[in-house]
Design a protein around this ligand. Structure first.
Ligand code: PMP
Length: 359
């Protein structure tokens, strides 16, 4: 006899990571292409020597460094095994019954429906606008007395679109203060909106206890393989996150690498300028070739290819470029090194490909 497992788990979609294949260029997981900085590599090696010891479960040193960096208190910062773990923990601290609702735009980060179901809550999805941007008015209007949590992914994965500060403030003002709003800023470092309109969740959250911000070391900081993300919010939210946190799930190597990378942030953040230059170049070439590409504020671009998305992904793989198709909505292409982007553009603008997918 097999043990009893929650039957509703069958309905949870699998998280499908971007493919890798030896010899192929991987533009499928929004990773950075460069390995850890020497200082981070040294910290990693040193911390690995202590692998016989449990890590600091309070993540004290990293939380202190993050609090200093962000200008917030130690009690305002929680660290998770990647920000995706924090997404799940945020559902766990807000939702206690299957009727509790988690609200988010769609299409957005594919983990949101998964963590909602894992948390035994109900997902409510609000379509993006025709321009593939968050429809913040519709999102605010979808709040009911059952809504416990709202995810706003800004810039949005996988469309790359971002909402500006003024629109975000209007939205936050419209949401009842007892509903927790998660501003998922995994791609924050790639935003290049004008300083006046640049949305900074940490700033917006200073006066709003119902706002929690998620950021990660996986993207601009280049530590995707070590799994470190963080949440910034009201001490009550942070305390609750610490309660549901899986003990020791942020390991010592990850903590040490994150501290070293935070100290070397200027070098890492400078690299985002190169990426943004490449992002604009890739988008310009694609648009000139006839693709519709929404303006991106992240480290990827989105091609809304509809029904042809999966086929496009296969054709890319055959040409040696792994991109990420999403159902029948579109294909997300990570911006890589210039030679990788060239390989992708060579495929994407091949006349045969253009005829097949845009014709
Ligand atoms: N949020 C968004 C919007 C993401 O795209 C990702 C990674 N794909 C994450 C959170 C999770 O990142 P990590 O767990 O690596 O910190």
């Amino acid at each position: 006899m097999t043990p009893q497992i929650r039957p509703d788990l069958d309905a949870i979609p699998a998280y499908i990571p971007g493919r890798s294949r030896p010899g192929a260029v991987k533009l499928a997981s929004n990773e950075t292409t460069v390995g850890p900085l020497p200082a981070a590599a040294k910290a990693i090696a040193e911390a690995a020597e202590l692998a016989n010891r449990y890590p600091d479960n309070q993540v004290t040193e990293l939380r202190t460094a993050l609090a200093d960096f962000l200008g917030v208190g130690f009690a305002n910062v929680a660290v998770g095994c990647g920000s995706v773990a924090l997404c799940q923990e945020l559902v766990q601290i807000t939702c206690a019954a299957p009727t509790d609702e988690v609200l988010f735009a769609w299409r957005s980060f594919e983990a949101y429906p998964i963590v909602t179901k894992v948390g035994n809550a109900t997902a409510v999805q609000v379509p993006l606008t025709a321009d593939l941007v968050h429809d913040l008015e519709a999102l605010a209007a979808a709040v009911t007395e059952r809504t416990k949590l709202i995810f706003v992914c800004n810039p949005n994965n996988p469309t790359g679109t971002a909402v500006g500060k003024a629109a975000l403030i209007r939205f936050l003002d419209a949401v009842p203060p007892h509903v927790l709003v998660v501003l998922d800023e995994a791609y924050y470092e790639y935003l290049r909106l004008s300083p006046d309109d640049r949305p900074d969740g940490v700033e917006l959250g200073r006066t709003r206890p119902n706002v929690v911000v998620l950021r990660t070391f996986s993207k601009a900081y280049g530590l995707a393989g070590l799994r470190v993300g963080y949440a910034v919010g009201d001490p009550a939210v942070i305390t609750a996150l610490l309660k549901v946190h899986i003990p020791f799930s942020v390991n010592q190597v990850a903590q040490a690498a994150a501290i070293a990378s935070l100290e070397a942030r200027h070098e890492l953040l400078d690299r985002t300028d190169l990426l943004v230059t490449e992002r604009e170049r890739v988008r310009d070439v694609l648009v000139a070739a006839g693709y519709q590409v929404p303006p991106s504020e992240a480290n990827f671009v989105w091609l809304p290819l509809g029904e042809r998305s999966a086929e496009y992904g296969e054709a890319g793989a055959e040409a040696g470029v792994l991109v990420r198709p999403y159902g029948t909505d579109g294909v997300r292409v990570t911006i890589g090194d210039p030679h990788e982007n060239e390989l992708f553009l060579g495929f994407a603008t091949d006349p045969a490909v253009l005829t097949r997918f845009l014709g």
